[in-house]
Design a protein around this ligand. Structure first.
Ligand code: ZN
Length: 441
């Protein structure tokens, strides 16, 4: 191993080299390399120390990013190193090879070709024979090329890891980090799924209540009144998982109940590959179309029988359709009604199946932004009609104009022609009309 050190003998030795050695190991590297161990942090440090000793330089600092991928530069010790370069603490950066610095060729190229030279920092990658201060070293010309190779390697590794996981999924092995509420990992084999007897009865009850005609809201009320831990609360209690969201309430909501009612896991089907990463560089997940998900039926014990599950899906689909129809077509005053905070008024269903007016700011952000409006859609329509009646009767001789004030037959287009804007302020309704009504015509 010592032979390549000699290549550095001719180096210009004009200044006081303050060396920072940088080491990095990602989890993927560990999986790939667990047999040969050559990439281990200890090995990298050992090699770099020998090199620096050979050069007769001193190490000022050792930077270690253990468990960080080379596909980006968002690594704590890399940032420390940059800070130290900024204040002139170090002026040489040495890594075992170029890929330890980074695997993204665009960003790696930026550091080697732009950042280090501007800061007068010498960069050396021992195994790749790169030394940015050695003008005779022809290897520097291949540096950008080498970065491309490292970038490709990261892409390959990411593909490899993915294909291993996909194969496991296809073989009916669970690769989920957490199982859905009501199920748990087999303690003797983490890829097997078992029923979590502690909470599985809650899942069963939710399905039964819904099948027997309770609404999601009623189910939530029942569960909250009986102090049953939500999936999030339970998950935090049982694992080292912690949700950092400050607004979490640990209350059962329609969304949580809906997610359970829609989850095929409860009939024993293993559904995986529901989301996928955009690519190996960006840590963002997108939804996978159901036809491309990996679904293995009857893979583990079921909490719900298939017939019950199918009935529940039918009810859910029917309600979703009704909701879409009603909310899109039947809101007479849609588009012209506003909250005094400026946001649009939207509608949501209350337990009597009536539409309730709700400020869209309140709906999205809660009490901090706006207050709740306590009006049903019917109240609002009544109020608009009464107002219109009063205006019309005060300006026109009753009987001369016929307007149908039957709520079920109001023409939305006519209303849109008459009304400019409706503003709701503390449940008071202010209507602006488009026309100034003529006196006594
Ligand atoms: Zn508002």
């Amino acid at each position: 191993m010592d032979n390549f050190f000699y290549k550095y003998n001719d180096f210009i030795n004009f200044k006081d080299w303050k060396v920072g050695i940088y080491t990095r190991l990602s989890n993927a590297d560990m999986k790939e390399d667990h047999l040969k161990q050559s990439e281990s942090i200890a090995n990298q440090i050992e090699l770099l120390k020998r090199f620096v000793k050979f050069k007769g330089w001193t190490i000022l600092k050792i930077y270690i990013d253990d468990g960080y991928s080379g596909t980006n530069f968002d690594r704590p010790d890399f940032k420390h190193m940059i800070q130290d370069i900024e204040v002139g603490k170090i002026n040489v950066v040495i890594t075992k090879d170029l890929s330890r610095l980074g695997r993204d060729y665009i960003e790696t190229g930026y550091y080697i070709e732009k950042y280090f030279p501007t800061k007068n920092v010498r960069y050396i990658a021992i195994n790749d024979n790169i030394d940015t201060f050695d003008i005779n070293n022809t290897n520097n010309d291949i540096t950008p090329f080498k970065s491309v190779i490292n970038d490709t390697y990261a892409r390959d590794t990411s593909k490899k890891v993915r294909s291993i996981l996909m194969t496991m999924a296809l073989n009916g092995k669970s690769i989920k980090p957490f199982q859905p509420y009501g199920l748990k990992k087999d303690p003797t084999n983490k890829n097997n799924v078992l029923i979590d007897e502690e909470v599985s009865k809650n899942v069963y009850n939710i399905f039964m209540m819904y099948k027997n005609g309770m609404t999601k809201k009623e189910i939530c009320n029942y569960l909250n009144e009986h102090n049953i831990s939500t999936p999030l609360k339970y998950k935090e209690l049982k694992s080292n998982y912690y949700n950092p969201n400050n607004n979490k309430t640990y209350k059962w909501t329609n969304t949580v109940v809906n997610k359970i009612l829609r989850d095929r896991s409860y009939v024993g089907d293993l559904v995986q590959h529901k989301t996928t990463k955009v690519n190996y560089k960006i840590n963002k997940h997108i939804k996978v179309d159901e036809s491309n998900q990996i679904i293995i039926e009857n893979c583990f014990p079921a909490i719900i029988d298939r017939q019950t599950f199918n009935i529940v899906q039918e009810i859910l689909n029917k309600q979703a359709n009704e909701w879409n129809y009603k909310s899109s077509a039947h809101h007479l005053l849609r588009g012209i009604t506003f909250c005094s905070c400026g946001a649009k008024i939207t509608y949501c269903k209350n337990h009597n199946k009536n539409f309730r007016c709700i400020c869209s700011n309140y709906k999205k952000y809660g009490k901090k932004i706006c207050t709740n409006v306590h009006l049903t859609e019917n109240d609002l329509i009544d109020s608009v009609l009464n107002d219109l009646k009063k205006i019309i009767f005060s300006y026109f001789t009753p009987g001369r104009i016929k307007i149908d004030f039957n709520k079920n037959s109001i023409d939305r287009n006519l209303l849109l022609k008459l009304i400019d804007k409706i503003v709701i302020n503390d449940n008071e309704i202010h209507i602006a009309y488009k026309f100034a009504f003529p006196e006594n015509s």
